[in-house]
Design a protein around this ligand. Sequence first.
Ligand code: HEM
Ligand code: HEM
Length: 232
Amino acid sequence: MTEKRQTQEAIPLHPLRLWDAPTRLFHWALPVLLAALWYTGQDLTTLGWHMQLGYALLTLVLFRIAWGFFGSRSARFPAFVTGPGTVARYVGDLARGRMHRSFGHNPLGGWSVLLMLGLLLVQAVTGLFADDEIFTQGPLATLVSGDTRAWLTGIHHANFNLILAVVTVHVVAVVLHRVLKGDDLVRPMITGRKPMPADRGVEEVHFVGMGRALVLLALCAALVWGGISLAP
Ligand code: HEM
Ligand code: HEM
């Protein structure tokens, strides 16, 4: 065993609170809902279910956007969306093989969160106007012209492939963190706690109460319900 390795092992690791329960529940609901949405989007007979699941995912994405302003510190956009200079320095460090063990989203990861939320929002909103030209229309489809409906339905199809591509990159990035940096990001996304070296001076995150999360979730559900009730 090398001296360097011994020194690293000598630094005690403290499991610090990082991701609150709403952020974790939101996250793990995504793969489950996306798989179900893909499955139910394939067949005429399951499109009714598809639309219900789509409303659920739209509600969750709106909730996560609200949580980005009113949630715990690690979930707030201003805490992890950095300027281009910071991202460029982080990428430069990566290219030179210098890797940091981050507590929360790293500068590149922060922007990928925005990208994923944006793509999910586009997917759910275009679904509201989608039309399979047989039996099923999204609830707002008749508010726009036939051409616009066809265009939005095309985006609904193409954007799903983009989501699959970005999620693949996301999962590969998580695996590379583990393999190249020895940084396990998955366990903190499950347990909420991330072990950090005691000498880093990192402060654990104060979690906002669940009451606030439930109120925000109810407001987002009401917004979606109100929106689809606009249907003629
Ligand atoms: C459909 C699939 C997925 C989508 C759309 C997705 C999306 C996201 C989003 C939006 C975040 C940011 C979380 C937040 O701040 O609210 C995130 C974080 C994260 N995801 Fe996923 N994810 C997916 C699948 C997975 C899978 C399968 C894994 C496990 C390998 C995973 C591991 C993680 C981890 C570890 C983080 C935290 C990253 C960090 O520490 O900065 N994700 N994901
Ligand atoms: C983020 C949430 C959503 C995802 C991931 C999603 C995904 C999909 C997928 C993969 C398909 C099949 C596309 C294909 O066969 O190439 C589809 C079709 C469809 N989706 Fe969604 N969808 C979502 C939300 C919604 C919502 C909210 C609605 C309406 C309330 C909706 C309405 C439809 C309709 C009507 C079709 C059939 C379109 C056609 O056959 O041309 N979707 N969706």
